[in-house]
Ligand binder design. Sequence first.
Ligand SMILES: *[C@@H]1O[C@H](CO)[C@@H](O)[C@H](O)[C@H]1NC(C)=O
Ligand SMILES: *[C@@H]1O[C@H](CO)[C@@H](O)[C@H](O)[C@H]1NC(C)=O
Length: 258
Amino acid sequence: WTDALHCPPGNANNTFVLDPASGNLTMARSVASPVTFLLLVKGEQADRARYSMTQVTVEARAATGGPPRFPQNLYRGFVGLGSGVGVAVKDAAVPSQPLRIQAQDPEFPDLNSAITYRITNDSRFRMDGETVLTATALAQLGAFYAEVEANNTVTLGTATTVVEIEVLEREPPPTGGSLLEGPRFSGTDMAVLGGVLGALLLLALVGLAVLVHQHYGQRLKCCSGKAAEPSGFDNQAFLSDPESNWAPAPNVERGPEP
Ligand SMILES: *[C@@H]1O[C@H](CO)[C@@H](O)[C@H](O)[C@H]1NC(C)=O
Ligand SMILES: *[C@@H]1O[C@H](CO)[C@@H](O)[C@H](O)[C@H]1NC(C)=O
């Protein structure tokens, strides 16, 4: 398909560019005042055998330059002690994910590409887009508070928020967050958890052994040469059934299946 852009009389002609291959519509120049454009777009097969038309309305609005806004005035993240440079601070609420700090433009909440971020007062951290990275190797435990500034490069509005970054001795496993109620747990907690899990595993193994013994104990005795003494109901039933499926299958001597 190829696309052709047709504009109504007026100034729209050089304002928009439609990529012939992708259909991406982009602006080729800025618009000085609020105005609505009506574009007629034609999609045509490369061999021109068939085509289709549609209309596109583009509304150029006056941005009043309202400052961006952070939905939260405090963000919480954590990072492991001894993390090197360039390590992403994780989200305290979702420990498996990097912390994202995102401001929104009040008029264009979906248009975030115009907003840039920086940390104003703590050189140990820096912003990379909407994520916080370590800027130095962290050697001190504790909670640090840094100010994040959002700057809308189009409207020039700014906003600030605060991020709390807890430097922990050991990073919790990514999936442990909900089970262990967040990243605040110690080596002792881990040891207790390991002990409990070990005890549960042992109990499960003992239970399994008892079940196996109850279900297969008789058959095991048969196989070890005591089948000649009929002693129980199960054994009687077994003796009356020569086709019992514990016997070797007749085809067991055959070579391996292809
Ligand atoms: C369309 O434009 C956007 C924004 O410039 C770009 O990210 C995307 O890759 C383009 N798509 C194609 C198919 O060219
Ligand atoms: C950075 O600024 C924020 C907000 O004013 C403040 O809470 C925080 O203590 C400051 N951090 C440092 C390291 O100065």
